[in-house]
Design a protein around this ligand. Structure first.
Ligand code: FE2
Length: 406
């Protein structure tokens, strides 16, 4: 947490040296107090509403070293401080990121064992989100990548509201007869109601914030996905290169769970074929699988950098915004190893545009209006949703880093 005592000491020095006036310092202090208060509210939402922690319980925070470039400085310490204030016995473990760590998770499981709950601020939690090894403990994986995200509406919106919203979307998709997904670049995918597997929860972890609905199986759908910018990994495994550049729009056609072809510029088609084979060979998996798809549902999810600045960070931080819908491909399991990301989708559920040009309208779902009536912050966010999803100046996803635009 920002330390007000430290600020007060610094402000006295600034004032003494004539660098800041009293009113400027007062204004800075108020801003800092507000930031600290928002950060605390986000952390309490994570710890109490999502992780279910109570005073007297023990918490393990597994944090990724900020030097690895994924999680920001001070986030783990802020979460740990609030947990201690809530009366929890906190152990904070900072680990580097090792792409192979998820394949050898015994040490992680052993470290979790003595604790009532574990919160991952580390990619290994995300890597294991569909793995059965965590199913019994159901730890929390946190997708707020820095203090700003945790302090924003993304972190503060009550966890229960987002779980309810996810359930409403799942119910609408499962009960539909016709689902049609399009995007401005030419995505056109259509099929019947979502055939969700009858296996209870879709992940072995609890996501915080809950920002996507359950992946819809590719079976029963066909059409084409229009991909611009790049092909990128899914957070399941990390490989080299993690992303490859597309020069123009690439169309990936599929029928049920099978990818049937690539259309577009000859160079892009060759790049895609080579990359799918390269990734599949590394893991001994079937490259031509269209496993499933889902979209963001969180109006507070904002990603301020351009995607190309860090594809790893973008793919782990932006996907919860409703302007993004992604497909899991390459490998017959969720989430596959290559994701296809479309921007500003329209999703017609039995003809109703629940997503329309990247805007998500929960009030068009059965029970959606009542949900928004119940959760004021969520309703406010839907009135002015976050628009930043890492697009470049040309309004598209780009492989190379450029200044971000809305
Ligand atoms: Fe996904």
């Amino acid at each position: 947490m920002p330390k007000l005592e430290e600020f007060n000491s610094l402000s006295r020095q600034l004032n003494w040296r004539g660098l800041k006036t009293d009113s400027e310092i007062t204004s800075l202090r108020e801003t800092m107090t507000q930031v600290a208060s928002n950060l605390r509210r986000g952390a309490e939402n994570l710890l109490k509403n999502c992780a279910g922690l109570r005073s007297g319980q023990s918490l393990l925070v597994i944090a990724e070293d900020p030097a690895c470039g994924m999680y920001g400085q001070g986030l783990a310490e802020a979460v740990a401080d609030v947990a201690r204030d809530l009366g929890c016995d906190v152990t904070l473990t900072v680990l580097p990121f090792d792409p192979g760590q998820a394949g050898n998770s015994d040490d992680i499981l052993a470290s979790m064992e003595p604790h009532d709950q574990t919160v991952f601020l580390h990619r290994v939690g995300d890597q294991l989100r569909f793995s059965s090894v965590l199913a019994e403990k159901r730890p929390v994986v946190c997708y707020t990548l820095d203090r700003e995200m945790l302090a924003s509406g993304f972190g503060q919106t009550e966890h229960g509201a987002m779980v309810n919203l996810k359930d409403l979307v799942n119910r609408a998709l499962a009960g539909a007869k016709d689902i049609h997904v399009t995007c401005p670049l030419g995505t056109d995918v259509r099929g019947g109601g979502a055939g969700f597997p009858d296996t209870g929860s879709d992940t072995s972890v609890i996501r915080f914030p809950q920002s996507v609905f359950t992946p819809v199986p590719g079976s029963g759908y066909r059409g084409q996905v229009a991909q611009a910018g790049f092909l990128v990994g899914t957070g399941s495994n990390y490989y080299d290169p993690y992303g490859v550049e597309l020069r123009d729009t690439l169309f990936i056609t599929f029928d049920g769970e099978r990818i049937t072809g690539f259309d577009g510029g000859a160079e892009d088609v060759a790049t895609a074929r080579k990359h799918y084979r390269h990734v599949a060979d590394q893991f001994g998996i079937d490259p031509w699988v269209m496993h499933s798809w889902h979209a963001g549902i969180h109006p507070g999810c904002a990603f301020g950098q351009s995607a190309g600045a860090s594809l790893e960070r973008w793919s782990g931080g932006a996907f919860g915004n409703p302007r993004l819908l992604h497909f899991h491909t390459c490998g017959n399991y969720a989430p596959g190893e290559i994701s296809l990301n479309i921007v500003d989708p329209t999703v017609l559920i039995d003809g109703v545009p629940v997503w329309e040009g990247g805007s998500f309208f929960p009030d068009r779902l059965a029970g959606g209006k009542e949900l928004l009536d119940r959760y004021e912050m969520l309703a406010d966010l839907f009135r002015a949703p976050a628009r930043e999803i890492g697009l470049s100046a040309n309004g598209r996803l780009q492989f190379r880093s450029e200044p971000a635009s809305g």
